[in-house]
Design a protein around this ligand. Structure first.
Ligand SMILES: C[C@@]1(CC(=O)O)c2cc3[nH]c(cc4nc(cc5[nH]c(cc(n2)[C@H]1CCC(=O)O)[C@@](C)(CC(=O)O)[C@@H]5CCC(=O)O)C(CC(=O)O)=C4CCC(=O)O)c(CCC(=O)O)c3CC(=O)O
Ligand SMILES: NC(=O)C1=CN([C@@H]2O[C@H](COP(=O)(O)OP(=O)(O)OC[C@H]3O[C@@H](n4cnc5c(N)ncnc54)[C@H](O)[C@@H]3O)[C@@H](O)[C@H]2O)C=CC1
Length: 218
């Protein structure tokens, strides 16, 4: 059975990574922009991984073999050592306690997978092959990255701000949906190049058009 792609909030949540090699580094690099509090435990930690902590205090290192108390209170765990028995032990320990666990050397033991990931501002695309071909997931990511129009992330950021206003100003659901759809269609026609002042103007026109006729109620 496939795995469902929940987009979960992990800001401030405790994440534990066992292992400090290339694969652990790739997982940590993906997680950091989403703001978790990460601890990485391994006797030897690659420089590539240590360097990721420059930007914030949310990544700490413990230079020893993993033990049970490392996992206690974790919101999610990534078993990324090169020792099959260590990864398997962590997987079992977490599953017994209903802690989500990712096991890099055995997809059967994972309760969640890492996707191939595209991030463009607030846009997140996660791609999975249900663990069947990470290489295929990687290929789809690269193909999609080339296809996504430049400026899309910025446009979505602006649309997010305008949306707040539309939800406040238009009382009726159908009217709101039509207005938000029209805004997006406009952005698409402008090849995602329109900046906020231009979209503000267009929104004002849309709101004007949907306002009750003069002399009406209110
Ligand atoms: C189940 C899963 C669990 C998880 O790790 O989350 C998993 C498991 C395993 N991967 C293995 C191998 C490789 N994985 C990659 C690459 C990626 N692997 C990723 C995810 C996942 N890998 C999850 C499923 C995702 C899905 O549903 O498709 C990506 C998408 C995301 C990421 O890692 O962040 C990232 C591409 C990112 C991108 O390009 O965008 C490469 C290529 C490389 O390293 O460059 C190789 C070597 C080539 C090969 O073997 O194919 C092995 C065998 C290890 C061994 O041989 O010992 C296992 C174990 C098993 O299959 O049981
Ligand atoms: N899921 C994925 O995307 C991929 C998974 N893999 C798998 O990932 C595994 C790890 O690969 P790399 O990071 O390249 O290996 P690596 O050799 O670079 O790193 C292994 C790390 O595990 C640590 N370690 C060993 N024993 C430990 C213990 N008892 N407690 C805590 N840490 C311990 C080591 O100190 C080291 O930091 C491989 O064995 C391979 O099977 C490989 C490629 C992709």
């Amino acid at each position: 059975m496939g795995h469902f792609p929940f987009f979960m909030e992990i800001g401030g949540k405790k994440g534990v990574i066992l292992g400090g090699g290339r694969v652990a580094a790739r997982k940590v690099e993906k997680l950091l922009p989403f703001g978790p509090v990460l601890t990485c435990i391994a006797p030897a930690i690659e420089e590539e991984l240590e360097q990721l902590s420059r930007s914030g205090e949310t990544l700490t290192f413990v230079y020893r073999e993993a033990c049970e108390e490392d996992l206690e209170g974790a919101c999610f765990v990534i078993a990324a050592t090169d020792k099959e028995e260590v990864n398997a032990w962590a997987a079992g320990w977490c599953r017994e306690r209903h802690i989500p666990v990712n096991v890099v050397d055995d997809r059967e033991k994972c309760s969640f997978f890492f996707p191939a990931l595209i991030q463009e501002g607030p846009l997140t695309v996660g791609i999975s092959t249900d663990g069947k071909s990470p290489a295929a997931a990687s290929f789809v990511r690269k193909t999609m990255e080339q296809e996504l129009p430049e400026g899309l992330g910025n446009t979505i950021e602006i649309l997010g701000r305008l949306r707040e206003r539309v939800l406040e100003l238009l009382p009726e659901q159908k009217g709101r949906a039509a207005c938000l759809e029209a805004l997006f269609v406009y952005c698409r026609k402008r090849d995602f190049k329109a900046e906020e002042p231009e979209l503000e103007t267009y929104l004002a026109e849309l709101l004007e058009a949907s306002a009750p006729a003069k002399g009406g109620k209110g």
